[in-house]
Write a protein that binds this ligand. Structure first.
Ligand code: C5P
Length: 138
């Protein structure tokens, strides 16, 4: 019998600043897909809801506090990597408390929606761009 497909559940967020720019984070050296630019987020731990994961990850990675009511689901990625299948909802968040800072040494960039496609991204993230540009405009 074939091995079951490993399913990886990750949640990601498009943080949108008052100028309509979106935050990208660069995957650090040593990690899989190092150097690529992604939407911040992380793995959903057992027992967590996606919104709880995002609140935890954004506090750990960026030092900000997001309220659950500020998180709106937009679309999701479904991508077959070689050793696992990734399911990744993308949320949008326009309001948070605190200043965005790199807590884990990752480079951060605020990017206009029309410029997102010029950043090299993990293959799961790329198909998320049209829905985001539709929502935010260029
Ligand atoms: O960030 P982390 O290494 O925990 O993510 C697990 C895997 O999920 C990565 O190795 C990558 O293949 C995938 N991923 C992705 N796009 C993201 C976040 C993670 O494709 N924005």
């Amino acid at each position: 019998m074939a091995d079951p497909v490993k399913l990886l559940l990750v949640v990601a967020v498009a943080l949108v600043d008052p100028d309509g720019r979106v935050l990208l984070a660069q995957r650090p050296p040593g990690k899989q897909l190092a150097g690529l630019w992604e939407f911040p987020g992380g793995k959903i731990e057992p027992g967590e809801r996606p919104e709880e994961t995002l609140i935890r990850e954004l506090a750990e990675e960026l030092g900000i506090t997001v309220k659950e009511a500020c998180l709106a689901p937009l679309t999701f990625a479904s991508h077959a990597y070689e050793s696992f299948h990734l399911l990744m909802p993308l949320y949008v968040c326009r309001r948070w408390e605190g200043f965005v800072q790199s807590r884990e040494g990752q480079a951060l960039k605020w990017v206009r929606p029309r410029d997102l496609a010029s950043y090299p991204m993990p293959p799961a993230d790329l198909p998320l761009l049209p829905a985001l540009v539709d929502l935010l405009g260029p």
